[in-house]
Write a protein that binds this ligand. Structure first.
Ligand SMILES: [Mg+2]
Length: 208
């Protein structure tokens, strides 16, 4: 198995600036924020909301590539989204699932409570069963690189389950502050407004 940090480093070297990257709460967000400081990041997607929010964005912005970096505990809370992703079939969506088989959270020194994937649940098989044809499992950096490269260059939806170490034994140096969820929401919405020519945020003066 490989570490989450190794794979996020690989992703950071490959993802173009205009690809929207959504990260689930915990170390997916903390690590990504240190690795890739960019306006096209939406951090801290709460339990069950990472792939769901990415689906909504992918349908609203069909011409933008979107990568959701989700996690096993997070996705399992809203498993039905995989069926909706299959049925809606957004070509621009890639789900990367960091499957560490436990509820780790942030900055933990011991694995958390096991998730269902520590037992019999195989989320690649679930994704395929839901109808997402491009679903795979990777366990090393080279396979991850190849799958990300293919996903960014071809129509999705893609589902990449990465079996990662239960514990984050490595990680980035904390050299910068990752924006809090409220601050990041406005910054991200502002970036979408600027680059897509749409109005999302009102004037704040009332009256729309
Ligand atoms: Mg987990």
């Amino acid at each position: 198995m490989v570490t989450r940090y190794t794979l996020l480093q690989e992703l950071s070297a490959m993802v173009p600036d205009d690809v929207l990257v959504l990260t689930s709460i915990g170390n997916n967000s903390g690590f990504w924020g240190q690795l890739k400081d960019r306006e096209a990041n939406l951090f801290h997607l709460t339990m069950g909301m990472c792939s769901s929010t990415a689906l909504g964005l992918s349908l609203a912005l069909p011409n933008r590539k979107i990568v959701a970096v989700d996690s096993d505990g997070n996705l399992t809370l809203s498993l039905g989204v995989l069926g909706t992703i299959a049925n809606e079939a957004p070509k621009n969506l890639t789900i990367v699932l960091m499957d560490n088989q436990n509820y780790l959270g942030s900055n933990k020194h011991a694995p958390g409570m096991p998730t269902a994937t520590a037992g019999k649940m195989n989320l690649e098989a679930v994704a395929k069963g839901c109808g997402i044809e491009s679903a795979c499992t990777i366990e090393d950096a080279a396979a991850f690189r190849a799958r990300i490269q293919a996903a960014l260059a071809s129509n999705g939806p893609h589902f990449i389950r990465a079996r990662v170490e239960p514990l984050d034994t490595d990680g980035p140096k904390k050299s910068k502050r990752v924006p809090d969820p409220r601050e990041n929401k406005y910054q991200f919405a502002g970036y979408i407004q600027k680059t897509e020519g749409v109005e999302i945020l009102g004037s704040g003066l009332g009256g729309g």
